[in-house]
Ligand binder design. Structure first.
Ligand code: B12
Length: 487
């Protein structure tokens, strides 16, 4: 038996289909005996792994690992599993081992890493383990050879998700994954494409997919969503694509095909692409149920945008903020704050820019993130290579210092003065309190009102320092949020 493990990523109320392991399951479905263990659902995944190992001959433990809390959970589970079942090989796949392959291989509980797309590499790894293929012949695979050296086989060309079978949703208790969100009562997730064709120098997608993207046809996306609606009654969907909208005709066709389903949906798009679309296309997107689109605005300074290789301008962001309002789609603008060349000025500019956006479109949602670098083939944004040395083991990545870095909280960056970091955090707190996100369906009305009342004077005066009362208020309301999900 093969065990596919999706370690816990967060709170049960945020549980979604574990698409990464489902994509691997899809290519072995009907051909291999396998089980899926999802740490977002299973209260004791370690015990489940032991039970499976006691009841079956487990041939391989295959683990999906994203940087951050999921990696912490993966370490704990893999270490315990290795101790009890030392003969079972362990493979890691996903963003963590793809970005930090050597660090992953340095762990005593990781034998193989699958870099990038896994659907073809995984069955070939099984063949290699069974002795019918040589390990060096498995593209996308990394491993430690007999001399203790890390071998990184060449990456394989990207394939469209449409080239692989549909996901075997029936292997999961689907009901437990269709939870309420701001979009609907039964929200599904779907990823229609893999990779991204842009090369932003702060982004962790580029080193893995090297500026490439492959997308399934709009017909296939629509057929999958139709089937999920018929079988399981979904009424909303979050698209996980890094870049859901390609050219205008694709976007239009996609929108028209899903309109009859009456779904409400969220996706990520590019500001420049959206600005180019005609009014008719934007209306079609809205009519198909688009409620909110996430856009990487990143900065209000054109010089900073150029140094990130973002390929948009700040005036495009302002134009989109105004235009999209007419179509009743909420834009969610994300910012990467703390330009290493001048973090103080960048922070000041970004705060001013966000205020301009809010004047143009008060419904716009704002995400403020500290810039944290990732290894990048074109060089890290800010050319900070000499200032940062990444950990060389997963355990070090799991330390408080590096976990805070990964989740962009208190990231301890040598170029970011503490006072500026605090300024960014304080601004984020004020703006999140002044306009609590509509995505938080657990926030009661009184809590929303309280946060808005407490923060409005601060926002009006541009006074963000020492927001102790807001910290307290946020904690107070989050403690009293109703919990409607059950494990
Ligand atoms: C959904 C998601 C989340 C969800 C996770 C929900 C869940 N599934 O349980 C949540 C909201 C929790 C989340 C959080 C974070 N995320 Co996130 N997330 C994503 C997102 C949008 C989709 C991932 C996904 O499921 N894709 C669908 C599957 C099919 O694709 P995939 O994961 O790439 O899997 C393929 C391959 O990687 C490989 N593969 C994956 N696993 C395995 C396992 C095996 C055994 C094999 C063989 C192959 C394999 O094969 C799969 C099929 O080809 C991606 C962006 C993206 N579009 O990829 C960001 C992304 C992965 N997240 C990212 C980050 C940084 C985070 C956070 C650290 C951010 C933060 N500020 O806190 C947190 C912490 C994560 C945690 N809790 O551990 C980054 C990672 C790169 C980086 N910069 O380091 C991404 C790429 C976003 C970005 N553009 O920066 N995230």
């Amino acid at each position: 038996m093969i065990v596919l493990l999706h370690p816990r990523t967060g709170k049960p109320k945020n549980r979604r289909f574990p698409l990464a392991v489902l994509s691997i399951a899809a290519v072995i479905e009907g051909r291999e005996e396998y089980a899926i263990v999802d740490g977002n659902l299973d209260p004791n995944p370690s015990q489940t792994l032991d039970r499976l190992a006691a009841e079956h001959r487990v041939e391989l433990l295959a683990v999906s690992v994203m940087p951050g809390p999921q990696m912490v959970s993966a370490i704990e589970l893999c270490r315990a599993f290795r101790k009890k079942h030392p003969k079972v090989p362990i493979v890691w796949g996903g963003y963590f081992p793809s970005l930090y392959t050597d660090a992953a291989l340095n762990a005593a509980y990781v034998d193989y890493c699958v870099r990038g797309q896994g659907e073809e590499t995984f069955p070939e790894l099984l063949e290699a383990l069974r002795g019918v293929r040589a390990f060096p012949a498995v593209r996308g695979l990394s491993y430690t050879d007999a001399f203790g050296l890390h071998q990184h086989n060449a990456l394989r060309p990207l394939r469209s998700p449409g080239d692989f079978p549909w996901l075997p949703y029936h292997r999961l208790p689907v009901e437990k994954y269709l939870l309420p969100t701001f979009l609907g009562r039964r929200t599904a997730v779907h990823q229609a494409s893999i990779g991204c064709p842009y090369r932003c120098q702060f982004c962790g997608v580029v080193p893995i997919f090297d500026g490439r993207q492959k997308t399934e046809t709009p017909q296939r996306t629509a057929a999958i969503l139709t089937s999920l609606q018929r079988q399981y009654g979904i009424d909303a969907v979050q698209f996980y694509d890094n870049n859901f909208f390609l050219n205008e005709s694709h976007a239009r066709e996609q929108a028209e095909l899903i309109t009859p389903l009456g779904l409400r949906w969220w996706a990520e798009g590019r500001i420049d692409a959206f600005l180019r679309y005609s009014d008719a296309t934007l209306r079609a997107i809205r009519d198909s149920g688009a409620m909110m689109i996430f856009f990487g605005a990143e900065s209000g300074s054109d010089a900073v945008l150029a140094s990130m290789n973002k390929q948009i301008t700040s005036s495009q962001t302002l134009a989109l903020a105004a235009r999209i309002r007419e179509f009743d789609i909420i834009p969610e603008f994300s910012f990467v704050v703390g330009d290493p060349a001048n973090p103080r000025e960048d922070t000041r500019n970004t705060i001013d820019f966000v205020r301009r956006i809010k004047r143009l479109n008060p419904d716009a949602e704002i995400i403020v993130q500290h810039y944290i670098p990732v290894p990048h083939p074109d060089g890290m944004y800010g050319a900070v290579e000499s200032q940062i040395k990444f950990p060389s083991t997963p355990d070090e990545w799991a330390s408080d210092r590096w976990l805070n870095f990964t989740i962009r909280q208190d990231p301890h960056l040598p170029w970011l003065p503490r006072a500026v970091q605090r300024r960014i955090d304080n601004f984020e707190l004020v703006i999140n309190s002044r306009w609590p996100t509509i995505q938080d369906v657990h926030l009661p009305k009184w809590g929303r009102w309280m946060l808005q009342s407490l923060s409005s004077w601060r926002y009006a005066l541009g006074f963000y320092d020492f927001p102790l009362e807001l910290e307290w208020a946020q904690r107070f309301v989050s403690l009293r949020k109703p919990r409607w999900e059950s494990l």
